[in-house]
Design a protein around this ligand. Structure first.
Ligand SMILES: *Cc1c(COP(=O)(O)O)cnc(C)c1O
Length: 222
């Protein structure tokens, strides 16, 4: 299966649903990204700032770039001119830096709150209480150039389907709680980013609106 075939496969899987595909392009060459673009991919996910900033000028301007990896505040400036969504928001400090850099370019940067739902300690993200502390702060309420559009998480690396479903359902629960408490009149807050190559079907069944798929499109990464 070619990259193009794989993009078409995922688009057909998602047809008729409200879930969209984020094509995870990390480690792949600009030529391979162009092939994905030609097949219709428009949301691209990268996990490293330098790599995203290097590729972006080589590709069409109607791509929505999503940063999906941990982001240090001092690196926000490199992607602020173009990044659409930072999916890995895990602190108020990061939101404040996004605000500062987005303001400089007179644009809006979207963010997803990343939650820790996986069993492994190594995976980063907020607890529900930490997210609420951010959302209740005056500093958050004053943001003008940052728009939170939902939640994101990386599930445990396991083939245990019941376990994965519980984690996805936990994230969906967080989304609905936050929506009811803080974003009930805010149409922008609507995304639940969950599901990757190995577990996207379960994630869709549990309400994902953004699946992040890399290896099932491009093959395994070196
Ligand atoms: C790499 C990555 C993905 C895609 O993983 P695949 O298993 O290749 O589909 C999804 N989400 C995040 C946060 C990633 O870093």
């Amino acid at each position: 299966m070619s990259i193009s075939d794989n993009i078409h496969f995922f688009e057909s899987q998602l047809a008729g649903t409200t879930c969209r595909l984020v094509t995870v392009t990390k480690t792949h060459s600009v030529e391979r990204l162009q092939e994905a673009y030609a097949a219709g991919a428009r949301l691209f996910g990268e996990n490293k700032v330098q790599e995203m900033a290097a590729k972006q000028p080589e590709l069409p301007t109607d791509i929505e770039w999503h940063l999906i990896g941990h982001l240090q505040t001092n690196k926000v400036k490199y992607i602020a001119p173009f990044v659409h969504t930072i999916q890995s928001v895990d602190s108020l400090k990061l939101l404040l830096e996004m605000e500062k850099q987005a303001a400089k370019h007179n644009r809006i940067i979207h963010g997803l709150l990343q939650f820790h739902i996986a069993a492994e300690d190594t995976k980063t993200g907020l607890s529900f209480a930490e997210a609420e502390t951010i959302l209740q702060s005056d500093a958050f309420k004053a943001l003008q150039h940052v728009r939170l559009s939902g939640v994101m998480a990386i599930a445990t690396n396991t083939s245990d389907e019941a376990h994965l479903r519980r984690e996805f359902s936990e994230l969906r629960g967080y989304f609905h709680e936050l929506k009811a408490r803080y974003f009930s009149d805010n149409e922008t807050f609507r995304e639940i980013s969950m599901g990757m190559s190995s577990d996207y079907q379960l994630a869709i069944a549990e309400g994902s609106t953004l699946i992040r798929v890399g290896s099932a499109i491009f093959g395994s990464r070196n």
